[in-house]
Design a protein around this ligand. Sequence first.
Ligand SMILES: NC(=O)C[C@H](N)C(=O)O
Length: 310
Amino acid sequence: MLPVVVVHGGAGHIPKERAQNSTSGVSAAARAGYIVLKGGGSSMDAVVEAVTQLENNPSFNAGCGSVLNVKGEVEMDAFVMDGKTLATGAVSAVRDIANPTQLARLVMDKTSHACLTAEGAKQFARSMGIPEVPMESLITEYSRMRWRKNIAPDANPVECQMGKMGTVGAVAVDSEGVVACATSTGGMLNKMEGRVGDTPCIGCGGYADNNSGAVSTTGHGEAIMKVVLARLILFYMEQGQSAEAASDSALAYMKSRVDGLGGVVTVDPRGNWAARFSSRQMAWAAAQKDTLHYGLYTGEHFTQSIDEPH
Ligand SMILES: NC(=O)C[C@H](N)C(=O)O
């Protein structure tokens, strides 16, 4: 059963013309994470590698391709957690770097804090020698178009949000049975400047604990924060539910309690895993026992050999 890595490319409604890119993006990221694990890397190495690939892929709402805030600017959040020690690192409202997840990992490894934000995070990135990138290099034609459409007076913000909730994330268990998670996002389309979502908040955008498992979440951040979605799933698992049942129970609770939609990837320390969502779609992929699993719509589950080109 070990090692295993499961990734998601965000819950929401993925337009037909973008579906293929989303599926191939998550598949490539799962494969990349799996190669790290097979090479003896830790689950933390694997989730950071998988999420870095997704941040660099303009099809997703993270890193390059992030949605824009109301001022037309990029502000990104990211989070990592190690299930062995409960070590955690996060950044929020960061702007001029390509890979916020790597910065979150440095917060975990090199500081005594759990989260750095905005200007302080930028200073820290500088001190770690992380190159600054121009904000324009993170903005795609597509995200600019959606920003423009959504500030129009006749915009339907809810529909527009659901059109692209492509936060990215990964969970993994390495050969030692250590679990980890990573999550990265540009947040919600046309959010207020300074809005911090669920992603960098411990227990909301993710959680990892060797005693129960690891989760990375996506969806409506304010709803996710109200139910502390990732920790709620692990609580259900502690009570005896499987990764799949616990994920479904927590998503159903979020829907009924605060009318929130979302999606999750979940693992337990033995390597049982789930990719579940209450939104219309969520691109996901998993790699285990040299097999790649992937899907996009509810109930979809394709498999192929890990070596076969997607
Ligand atoms: N696309 C997403 O998953 C959005 C993210 N959860 C946020 O609210 O910032």
